[in-house]
Design a protein around this ligand. Structure first.
Ligand code: MN
Ligand code: MN
Length: 306
C-alpha cells in the first residue's frame, strides 16, 4: 500500500508540481530501548483502511487530497547497522524532494532521522531560514546516549552544535519524565531553546501553548519543520513506541493541534516518528501516526483556503 492510497512516484524527476512527497525512513539503529520503528512506515501505510481520499474532514469540509497533490515517494534506502549511512541516504532523498519544490512528509523510523532533516533544511534555507515545532516526551538534546553521539536521543543537540539548527528557533511541546538531565536543560536554556512540559499543558491547557509556540516559530522564520514523535501521546493511546512515558497527550488533543500547526504556519518539512509495530499489538499506534500525518495535510489544505 501507499500512504492513503496516493500515487507511487519513485523518480525524483517526476516530483515537479507535487505539493507533498511522503517518504518512508525504515531504520531504527538509533533506538536506545525497544527496537522496531523500522517497521513504522509499513504499518502506517497499511492503515489506508477506507480509501479516504475524496472524503473530507467532517468539521472543516476539507479533503486534503483534493487540495494538495500528494504522492508516496517510497522509502529512503536503509543501511541496517550503519546509522550514518541511513542518514546520508535519507538526506539525498530529502534534497531531491525539496529541489523539486515539494514538502517531504517523512514516516519514521527512529527520531535520529531529524538530524539529516535539519542538515538538509539548513543547506537549503540557511540555519535562520526555518523554525522547528517539535512534539515529544523527550527533548532529544542529549550530549550523548550510552556514550553514543548520534542516536534518537541527540538529533537536536548535534544539529545545534553543527550550526544547522538555531536553538532560539525550536519549540518543544509535551516534555515529561526524567530525561534528559539538568545539564542538558541548562545547555538548552543557553542556546535559547523553548519548551512546554506536560505539567504546563495541564496548568494552562494545550491551545494557548500551541498559540505561543506558533507565534514564536513564525516570528523566528518564514517556514517551519514540524516533527512529531508519537511518544508524545500517552502510552494508553500509543503503546507501540520505543520509549513510552505515561502522562502524555490524548490522540484527540494531538490531532487537533496538528491541524492547527498545518493551518497557521507555512510548513517546509514534517515527520511522524517512533511508531514501533512490534509493541503495537492492536495497531492503534500506527493508526494514530497515520491520522497524525493526515491531520498535518488537512491543516495544510485548510491554510490554502480550501
Ligand atoms: Mn523523539
Ligand atoms: Mn520521544
Amino acid at each position: 500500500p501507499t500512504f492513503c492510497g496516493q500515487p507511487l512516484v519513485l523518480d525524483p524527476g517526476e516530483l515537479e508540481g507535487v505539493d507533498v512527497a511522503v517518504v518512508g525512513a525504515p531504520f531504527d539503529d538509533g533506538t536506545s530501548n525497544r527496537p522496531g520503528a523500522r517497521f513504522g512506515p509499513r504499518a502506517i501505510r497499511a492503515w489506508d483502511d477506507e480509501g479516504r481520499h475524496g472524503r473530507p474532514h467532517l468539521r472543516s469540509g476539507v479533503d486534503p487530497f483534493s487540495v494538495l497533490d500528494v504522492v508516496d515517494h517510497g522509502d529512503a534506502e536503509p543501511a541496517p547497522g550503519d546509522l550514518n549511512r541511513s542518514h546520508e541516504q535519507l538526506a539525498a532523498v530529502l534534497r531531491g524532494v525539496l529541489a523539486a519544490g515539494a514538502m517531504p512528509l517523512v514516516l519514521g523510523g527512529d527520531h535520529s532521522l531529524s538530524l539529516p532533516t535539519l542538515r538538509v533544511l539548513a543547506e537549503r534555507f540557511g540555519p535562520d531560514g526555518y523554525a522547528v515545532v517539535h512534539f515529544d516526551t523527550h527533548a532529544d538534546t542529549g550530549a550523548e546516549l550510552y556514550g553514543v553521539r548520534i542516536s534518537h536521543g541527540t538529533p537536536f543537540r548535534v544539529a545545534a552544535e553543527e550550526g544547522a539548527l538555531l536553538g532560539a528557533n525550536i519549540v518543544q511541546i509535551g516534555l515529561r519524565g526524567t530525561w534528559p538531565g539538568p545539564e542538558d536543560f541548562a545547555w538548552m536554556r543557553e542556546q535559547g531553546f523553548r519548551w512546554h512540559t506536560m505539567d504546563e499543558i495541564d496548568e494552562r491547557g494545550l491551545d494557548p501553548i500551541i498559540s505561543d509556540a506558533l507565534a514564536h516559530a513564525a516570528a523566528r522564520a518564514p517556514r517551519v519543520y514540524l516533527s512529531v514523535d508519537i511518544d508524545v501521546l500517552d502510552p494508553a493511546y500509543a503503546p507501540g513506541t520505543g520509549t513510552p512515558e505515561p502522562g502524555g497527550l490524548t490522540t484527540r488533543e494531538l490531532r487537533a493541534a496538528l491541524r492547527r500547526v498545518g493551518r497557521e504556519v507555512e510548513l517546509c518539512a514534517a515527520d511522524v516518528v517512533e511508531v514501533c509495530p512490534p509493541f503495537d499489538p492492536t495497531g492503534i499506534t500506527a493508526l494514530a501516526g497515520e491520522r497524525a500525518a493526515l491531520d498535518i495535510l488537512t491543516g495544510m489544505a485548510m491554510r490554502r483556503g480550501a
